[in-house]
Design a protein around this ligand. Structure first.
Ligand code: IMP
Ligand code: MG
Length: 369
């Protein structure tokens, strides 16, 4: 594995495979052009390495030149316009073959056809060493393709990650973060969920995502998703699950160094549990367990009444309100308990005792998972 800037990359395509693909492309192209002397045009920077290796394998006479893809700041600051520059040679009646390192969305090809619009070439063909079919969004024909790859970010053999990696003789693939321990934490009001989440976070290098905090953060900071959520809340409507999932996704992606997550306050329905599974699945991870702190109702009522004496929280001061909150909790979580139990992922942990005792019980449970 290698590290470039802050990201890890794992070996993906060997130098031998690249060599074989270039050999095959060179033979195919040589056969197709017949007696013509083609002009190979490499697109810099990415194509410098492949162009050099390719033309060494090309069995007949040819010309080689380069054009360069340069970024310009667009009119708006968010817009990044890529322009091809450096086409100075007269290519009238020539057989031109573009050598690309990689074709992703196909935007660069747009530029290729734009700069060749007024050139009276005999033919213009596209050859690319790497091609991402899932990302390609254009209709231009790709005449020669070396290796098809999935829609993952790669470096090496001319390709860079923010300037680094071009010199590597083989190709590496971005290593997705590994989220090993992903817990859904439940507990009735007064069970000590917040306190225990703090410990678990430290002990297992997890990130605690409380959906309530997440909403408040996004709304306060006026993020696009926060504003969207707010528009529903102001209408008195429920925030659609997709908005919450998108926020969770952003939180997860912010924390690529974490070992995993403690989800708190989400999911609350079957549909949400399924959506969370799908989200984790898209990150090559999964929810490992639902952990529920179990505390007897009478103990909870006593704890909350006690807390109400000092916290000033109105909902902690009244016994019938407390009992109702506990009842709602069990009604809500019953379906989820079933959902995770059906996958053997439900773990009930005794939440009565000292903070330390409960932490130890939780750790034992997590270590077993
Ligand atoms: P396209 O214009 O979207 O087809 O993308 C082509 C350009 O994007 C390439 O010339 C690269 O500079 C860059 N690119 C696309 N995918 C990758 C990748 O996986 N690694 C490094 N650069 C890439
Ligand atoms: Mg390129």
């Amino acid at each position: 594995m290698i590290k470039l800037h802050n990201k890890y990359f794992k070996p993906f395509i060997s130098a031998k495979k690249i060599d074989d693909a270039l050999q095959r492309m060179a033979s195919e192209i040589a056969e197709d052009v017949g007696d013509e002397i083609p002009v190979f045009i490499g697109i810099l920077n990415g194509s410098f390495m492949l162009t050099s290796d390719f033309v060494k394998k090309y069995p007949k006479t040819c010309e080689v030149t380069f054009i360069k893809l340069a970024s310009y700041e667009g009119v708006k600051s968010t817009e990044d316009i890529q322009r091809l520059i450096g086409l100075t040679q007269d290519l009238t009646d020539r057989t031109v073959i573009i050598l690309e390192d990689i074709i992703d969305t196909g935007n660069t090809l747009n530029e290729v056809y734009r700069i060749f619009k007024n050139e009276k070439v005999k033919s213009l063909k596209i050859a690319t060493l790497f091609y991402k079919p899932e990302a390609y969004k254009k209709d231009f024909k790709l005449h020669y393709i070396g290796i098809e790859i999935p829609n993952k970010f790669i470096v090496g053999y001319g390709l860079d990650y923010d300037g680094l990696g071009r010199n590597l003789p083989e190709v590496y693939q971005l290593k997705e973060p590994q989220y090993m321990t992903n817990l859904v934490l439940f507990g009735p009001p007064g069970a000590g969920k917040g306190t225990q989440a703090e410990f678990l976070k430290e002990q297992y290098n997890l990130v605690h995502i409380s959906t309530g905090d997440m909403f408040r953060y996004n709304i306060k900071n006026k993020t696009a998703l926060g504003m969207l959520a707010k528009s529903y809340i102001e209408k008195g409507a429920l925030v659609p699950d997709q908005v919450t999932i998108d926020m969770l996704n952003a939180e997860v992606e912010k924390n690529t160094d974490a070992n995993g997550f403690i989800f708190d306050g989400f999911p609350r329905t079957n549909a949400q549990a399924e959506a969370l599974d799908a989200l984790m699945h898209s990150k090559d991870s999964q929810i490992n367990a639902m952990i529920a702190l179990e505390v007897d109702d009478e103990v909870l009522v006593q704890r909350l009444l006690e807390r109400g004496k000092t916290s000033g929280r109105k909902d902690d001061a009244n016994e019938s309100i407390i009992r109702n909150r506990i009842k709602v909790y069990y009604q809500e979580t019953a379906i989820l308990k079933e959902y995770y139990a059906a996958q053997n992922k439900y773990y009930g942990v005794n939440g009565v005792g000292s903070i330390k005792d409960i932490t130890v019980r939780l750790s034992h449970t997590i270590d077993k998972i």
